[in-house]
Design a protein around this ligand. Structure first.
Ligand code: FPP
Length: 245
C-alpha cells in the first residue's frame, strides 16, 4: 500500500494500537519471548514514523497493561529494562521527528529507573508539536475509570460538585486521557479479537481493525492498509446512512 492511496482529508487524528504477538513471533523462531519484545521495538519505530509522516496527530501504544504485572517476573523485568533502554535510545529520534512523548497509566508502579527515563523523555520532548506519542504503561481502562470515579466522589463529598454535575463531559474530563481526542481507529495485531482493558470509554465509536500480522512484523505498509480500510468505512455514530448523506 502506498502513501498516495490515503486520503489526507479523512485521516484519523488519533490511532490506538494493541501491539500483540511478540511472544508467538519469538516462539515460531525457537527463541525466548523477550526476543519478540526486542524485535517489537522496530515496529514501534515504524508506526511512530509512519504516523508522523502522514500527519496523524496522536498515537497511543499499549506497551504494558495492569494485568501484564502477572507475567513471570523474568519477563516483566526484561520488559522494563527494554523500555528504559528504548526510551533512552529513541529520545533523539523523537526530537528529530518533532514527536512529543507522553504516558498514561499508574506510573507509581513502574521501577524507579523506568519512571526516571520516562519522565526525562517527556520533559525533553514536551515542546514538540508534530505528533504526540502516548505510551500506555501499567495502564488499564478499568484502572482509569475507577480512579476517575473516586475523584468525582471525593469532589462531591467535599461539596465541590453536585449530583447534577455528573455527566459524560465530567467523566471524560476526569480520565487520564482527557487531553486527547478519542481514537477514530484502533488496531490490534496477531489475530486476536479482543480489547483487553484498553481505552474502553474512549473507543465507544472507534473503528476496530484486526490483522493477523504479529507485532514484530508490523511495518508502515500495514499501518497504511489499516488506514485505507478505515477510510472505506461509513461512520454513522448511531444515525442512518440517509441522514449522513
Ligand atoms: C504483547 O505481545 C506485547 C507486549 C505485552 C509488550 C509490548 C512491548 C514492546 C513492543 C516493547 C517496546 C515498546 C515500547 C513502546 C518502547 P505478547 O507478549 O502478549 O505476545 P503473545 O500474545 O504472542 O504472547
Amino acid at each position: 500500500m502506498i502513501k498516495e492511496n490515503i486520503n489526507p482529508e479523512r485521516l484519523p487524528e488519533h490511532i490506538a494500537i494493541i501491539m500483540d504477538g511478540n511472544g508467538r513471533w519469538a516462539k515460531e523462531k525457537g527463541k525466548y519471548r523477550i526476543f519478540g519484545h526486542e524485535n517489537g521495538v522496530k515496529a514501534v519505530r515504524e508506526v511512530s514514523e509512519g504516523c508522523a509522516e502522514l500527519g496523524v496527530k496522536y498515537l497511543t501504544l499499549y506497551a504494558f497493561s495492569t494485568e501484564n504485572w502477572n507475567r513471570p517476573k523474568i519477563e516483566v523485568n526484561a520488559l522494563m529494562t527494554l523500555l528504559v533502554k528504548t526510551i533512552k535510545k529513541e529520545t533523539g529520534t523523537l526530537m528529530k521527528n518533532g514527536i512529543k512523548l507522553e504516558a498514561i497509566g499508574d506510573k507509581t508502579t513502574l521501577p524507579k529507573d523506568c519512571r526516571k527515563e520516562l519522565e526525562e523523555a517527556i520533559e525533553v520532548t514536551k515542546n514538540n508539536t508534530k505528533m504526540t506519542l502516548i505510551l500506555a504503561l501499567s495502564y488499564s481502562a478499568k484502572w482509569d475509570i475507577v480512579n476517575a470515579t473516586r475523584d468525582i466522589v471525593k469532589r462531591a463529598i467535599d461539596g465541590k460538585i453536585s449530583l447534577d454535575d455528573v455527566n459524560e463531559k465530567l467523566i471524560n474530563n476526569t480520565l487520564t486521557t482527557h487531553k486527547y481526542p478519542h481514537p477514530e481507529l484502533m488496531i490490534r495485531t496477531s489475530g486476536e479479537h479482543r480489547i483487553s482493558n484498553f481505552l474502553l470509554w474512549e473507543i465507544a465509536y472507534s473503528e476496530l481493525y484486526f490483522t493477523n500480522v504479529l507485532w514484530p512484523d508490523f511495518r508502515k505498509e500495514h499501518l497504511r492498509e489499516a488506514i485505507i480500510d478505515y477510510q472505506k468505512r461509513e461512520r454513522r455514530f448511531g444515525k442512518t446512512s440517509e441522514q449522513l448523506a
